[in-house]
Design a protein. Structure first.
Length: 340
């Protein structure tokens, strides 16, 4: 069999994508940075065949993931005319817990999309420019999981049309075309794992509830404003606005879940205890650190590289007691996927 391998990272959204329409199109622009340590490595094997698809996830065959991969691949066959004449074997390995709110679908789907785009180039013999290749991979990744569209690029990335970014698109993500202040370039993210369990309500179900959410209109307008304000804060190196917006987005995401119909709660008691500790520490120390949350109970603690020693002491003394098995992942802004 022929083989292609890509390693692709997860990302953490600062402005959240929550709510979609049409074919996986976002209801508001989102902005994230790509992580470095939380990765999926996907090996894609192919040979001539009849469209059979097998998938191993972390070395095991899981019906839920295989069914999702089959649905996904059949949904994108218009992009890859040769797919139906191939047998595919996908081997995906994650180095962090899946379905626990660390956007594992972002790394999984982006690595698979990159493999499919590389395979298509090999089979067709038609090589795209670097820009076209990543744009296509982002679009294909988006069709598997919206947040995955952003993971094909390193650094700070946006996805979704914003009146502040002329080239922005709902179809694919792009690296932020603005110069991010150097104090944010090496931003650190320590992911405090409060709970490693599979979350009770999937993001897919959560997005769906936004289509009849009583606050949907206000949310999408606010996300646009937060997006614009965060761009400015990132450019200027403005910590206080960065912290204000990022934390408002985190709590806003979870308040949308709570006020959905039916409402639901993914936060745990220990998530809230960590948030209170972070606020108290910031007030006392004046260290510009803050938190964000993904669709789960785990807390992403964001801070500057220069404050790492002080924050590490805070984490070990005050936060690790709330983490499951004292588990945390030290991560930071990464450079994006790698073809292996
Ligand atoms: O990519 P999805 O469809 O799993 O949605 C994830 C949405 C959030 O992770 C909660 C926010 C985001 O923008 O990544």
């Amino acid at each position: 069999m022929n083989k292609i391998t890509w390693q692709s990272p997860s990302n953490i959204a600062l402005i959240k994508y929550w709510g979609k329409h049409g074919v996986q199109l976002p209801s508001n622009p989102s902005l994230s940075f790509t992580l470095n340590e939380c990765n999926t490595i996907t090996e894609l094997f192919w040979k001539e065949g009849d469209g059979n698809i097998e998938l191993l996830f972390n070395g095991e065959s899981k019906e839920r993931f295989t069914a999702r991969a089959r649905d996904y691949i059949s949904s994108i066959d218009s992009y890859f005319p040769n797919l139906k004449k191939l047998d595919l074997h996908i081997d995906s390995i994650n180095n962090f817990p899946h379905s626990a709110g660390i956007a594992s679908s972002a790394s999984a789907m982006s690595s698979l999309a990159l493999c499919l785009c590389s395979m298509d180039e090999e089979i067709s013999g038609k090589k795209l420019s670097k820009e076209e290749f990543y744009r296509k991979a982002s679009e294909i990744a988006r069709l598997g999981s919206g947040s995955a569209a952003r993971s094909v690029y390193g650094g700070f990335v946006s996805w979704g049309i914003s009146d502040k970014l002329a080239e922005s698109s709902d179809e694919y993500a792009s690296p932020l075309p603005i110069k991010v202040h150097k104090s944010f370039e090496d931003m650190r993210d320590t992911i405090l794992i409060v709970d490693q369990g599979i979350k009770a309500v999937s993001s897919r179900a959560g997005h769906k509830l936004m289509s009849r959410h009583p606050y949907a209109k206000q949310r999408f307008a606010l996300a646009n404003k937060n997006f614009r304000d965060l761009l400015r804060a990132l450019q200027k190196g403005d910590n206080s606005n960065f912290i204000r917006i990022v934390e408002a987005e985190a709590l806003g995401l979870h308040s949308l879940m709570m006020s959905s119909s039916p409402g639901y709660i993914l936060l745990k008691a220990d998530t809230l205890k960590i948030i209170h500790r972070i606020r108290a520490f910031r007030e006392l120390s004046c260290t510009p650190l803050c938190y964000t949350l993904d669709a789960g109970p785990n807390v992403h603690l964001l801070y500057h590289d220069k404050d790492s020693a002080e924050v590490e002491e805070f984490i070990t003394q005050e936060l690790l007691l709330y983490c499951s098995d004292k588990y945390r992942i030290n991560d930071h802004v990464g450079n994006g996927p790698i073809k292996l």
